[in-house]
Design a protein around this ligand. Structure first.
Ligand SMILES: O=C(O)CCC(=O)C(=O)O
Ligand SMILES: [Fe+2]
Length: 375
């Protein structure tokens, strides 16, 4: 039976927390522990100080409202090449090489807000709540910048706000607040839980990602042995790891995206993850993973994700840090990872060029349609 992933839990918001100490702890977890067990994830204890518990609950409620809107309302907001809007079931295929069918999920991507107004079409049901959405998105971005500052301190970057400055909130960027809805397996009878997934295996594109989940809702797994041949081994990532059960809200999961991994020479590692049907009733024959206690996949699943990106025009050139410069890949520099790194031989990309390259690969149909229309 696969064990739950041993992901460290960090408290970054304790009143008395000393920034340098927190940064050290964070970096230690991310580079040493994470490299040892090969997980590029970390839990942030959710004290409610950075993002209030009410704000998170409200965002989940808005997500329920949004996805239960009439289909025509959602279709009116269909996802565009700017990566904003609604994507229906199977629209996105996060792992096109392996999946026989697209992800069993719906998503809604929110780009920037102008003040408290959305800058994209949104369903009528959430129109009255634009200010709350804008505030939540901003709170997520601020938490990411706080983490990026801690990375800067921990990596000895000069100046330490190198990363956080590159993520100035007022500049155009690929940052996206995404609501996700995974319908219950009972309403997706074509799903074959032994081979299909709710979201295909992928690593995130940006610098860091925040993930908010609800207690009891299973599914997230991370790849344990990226360098082994087949079959891949997956470790479930519990929503509430031991020690956080009594916290006001479940911890926020943070993971490194490909852009930050690339930018830091692989010192900070992005990890492949997916959302499986593990724990659903129909999964009893599955060779896949089991779920942590008291979590299941039989219910609808909702998650909130914040993908943080640097400003579009940020050149992803060398990070001014001796630690990054002198990192030669260490144990992480396995040949497999290198051949799979699509950027290894490329010129210095800007953050936006990096994002466009990745989007094209996962929204095959959207791009094919637009290419056909252009012809
Ligand atoms: O829904 C989840 O738990 C994970 C979603 C995810 O990994 C993503 O959208 O990038
Ligand atoms: Fe992801």
């Amino acid at each position: 039976m696969p064990e739950a992933a041993a992901i460290p839990i960090i408290d970054i918001s304790a009143e008395e927390a000393d920034q340098a100490q927190v940064a050290k702890e964070l970096l230690f977890s991310w580079t040493r522990v994470a490299a040892a067990v090969e997980y590029g994830f970390i839990y942030i204890k959710n004290s409610g100080r950075d993002i209030s518990v009410e704000q998170i609950e409200n965002a989940f409620n808005l997500s329920r409202t949004l996805f239960s809107s009439p289909l025509e309302d959602k279709q009116r907001c269909k996802i565009e090449k700017n990566n904003r809007g609604w994507s229906g079931m199977h629209t996105e295929t996060l792992d096109p090489e392996t999946q026989r069918v697209g992800d069993f999920k719906e998503g809604f991507n929110f780009g920037p807000f102008a003040g408290s107004k959305a800058t994209q079409p949104i369903p009528a049901s959430i129109e009255p709540h634009q200010a709350e959405l804008a505030a939540f998105r901003f709170a997520c971005h601020s938490l990411c910048r706080k983490l990026l500052l801690l990375f800067g301190i921990g990596l000895g970057v000069s100046p330490p706000d190198f990363f956080s400055t590159a993520h100035a909130p007022e500049k155009p960027s690929g940052s996206i607040l995404r609501f996700l809805y995974y319908p219950p397996p009972s309403s997706t009878p074509t799903a074959r839980p032994d081979q299909d997934v709710r979201a295909g295996a992928h690593s995130d594109y940006g610098s860091i990602t925040l993930l908010f989940r609800l207690r009891g809702q299973a599914g997230l797994e991370i790849l344990k042995t990226p360098s082994s041949p087949s079959p891949p081994e997956w470790a479930p990532v519990p929503v509430c790891p031991p020690g956080t059960e009594a916290d006001p809200a479940s911890p926020i999961l943070v993971n490194i995206g490909d852009l930050l991994s690339y930018w830091t020479n692989g010192l900070l590692r992005s990890t492949v993850h997916r959302v499986s049907f593990a724990g659903s009733d129909s999964n009893s024959d599955s060779s896949s993973t089991t779920t942590p206690n008291s979590e299941s996949s039989t219910d609808p699943r909702y998650s909130l994700v914040y993908f943080c990106h640097p400003a579009d025009d940020t050149p992803l050139s060398a990070v001014p840090s001796e630690r990054v410069r002198s990192f030669n890949g260490g144990d992480l520099a396995d040949a497999d990872a290198k051949t799979k790194n699509p950027y290894a031989e490329r010129k210095v990309l800007t953050a936006n060029e990096h994002l466009q390259m990745r989007l094209r690969a996962s929204y095959l149909e959207l791009y094919d349609r637009e290419d056909r229309e252009k012809k």
